[in-house]
Ligand binder design. Structure first.
Ligand code: NAD
Length: 295
């Protein structure tokens, strides 16, 4: 049994912490939200009165927080309480610079550290099937793998510190772009007289194939489990995609990478969110194409 301090018990962190409890670990959680605390407590987590208390004496400290500023602030808050040699795993999706700061703080206090953002959403968190993208030293990654296991479908070693965040931001930029392309094609196909099913039958087995078509098809019908069949309820909300695309564009700026489609995708998803669709599944971006006037 490992003692794990878990900070950030929200939509993702709450169920992740519960899976660690189910695996037999002692989990001491903390969150600023009384509702999040109550849910985690009801599911078997012990609750600390502060982030410092959750981290004190823990073998492993896991954070699952909204953004980089929260992670760096919590790392600074707890750094004098984390025991030397402890393992710090940040599972939040954050910018590369903040992820580097978190690794630097951990290194300063003699802790091992891993950035391990996830994909798989809240269902993956509940079912313990998240895909972790992990960055850190070999020693840190080897220590982290058995801890992540009860929450994971798989753990991919991406490289040194911040490599997990780098992989996450690249993956989600591809996802955003392919979903726009898929929406454009399905709407144009409809205007050309194709049925959605006929286009799906071709694209899903041809060179235009992607996850955006085969798993998350943005029109109702061809993939019964896609959010399009459920009034575009998330799934993965547009606001979260806007956040991840913002991180991709920060990364592009930082590295000088040329990402014209990433930039355009960011603009389109922002517009869609500003039109009041922030809580709609991101595949709902097809509504922009559907709304465009026919000539
Ligand atoms: P959430 O808002 O539900 O949870 C975040 C929690 O952090 C909240 O309960 C909040 O009260 C808590 N918090 C904020 N500051 C804190 C502090 N200083 N101390 C303690 N607790 C604090 O968000 P979420 O959906 O659980 O997402 C968490 C992270 O996972 C984000 O970085 C998000 O981008 C990423 N992510 C989310 C999903 C998803 O589908 N929701 C999927 C993949 C990755």
């Amino acid at each position: 049994m490992t003692t794990i301090g878990f900070i950030g018990l929200g939509n993702m962190g709450g169920p992740m912490a519960v899976n660690l409890v189910k695996a037999g670990h002692k989990v001491i959680g903390f969150d600023l939200s009384p509702d999040a605390i109550a849910a985690a407590k009801g599911a078997g987590c012990e609750i600390a009165g502060s982030a410092i208390e959750a981290a004190t004496g823990a073998d492993v400290v896991i954070t699952m927080l909204p953004a980089g500023k929260h992670v760096v602030s919590v790392y600074n808050e707890i750094k004098d309480s984390v025991k030397p040699g402890a393992l710090m795993i940040d599972c939040s999706t954050i910018d590369i610079a903040s992820a580097q700061s978190a690794h630097d703080i951990a290194s300063e206090i003699g802790a091992l550290s891993v950035d391990a953002p996830v994909s798989g959403g809240t269902m993956g968190a509940i079912n313990g099937t998240l895909a972790f993208m992990a960055g850190g030293t070999d020693e840190a990654l080897t220590a982290a793998e058995p801890i992540l296991e009860p929450m994971a479908g798989r753990v991919v070693r991406c490289g040194d510190g911040t490599a997990g965040q780098a992989a996450k931001v690249c993956n989600n930029m591809i996802l955003a772009i392919t979903m726009i392309g898929t929406g454009e094609a399905f709407e144009m196909g409809k205007r050309l007289g194709l049925t959605d099913q006929a286009l799906f039958d071709v694209v899903s087995t041809a060179s235009g194939q992607s996850w955006s078509t085969t798993t998350y098809c943005p029109v109702p019908g061809p993939v019964p489990t896609s959010p399009a069949n459920n009034d575009y309820k998330p799934g993965f909300a547009t606001d979260l995609m806007v956040k991840d695309l913002g991180l991709s564009q920060e990364a592009a700026e930082m590295t000088g990478a040329y990402t014209p489609l990433g930039e355009k995708a960011t603009q389109l998803y922002r517009e869609f969110a500003e039109q009041g669709h922030g809580e709609v599944d991101f595949s709902g971006i097809i509504k922009i194409m559907q709304a465009a006037e026919k000539k």
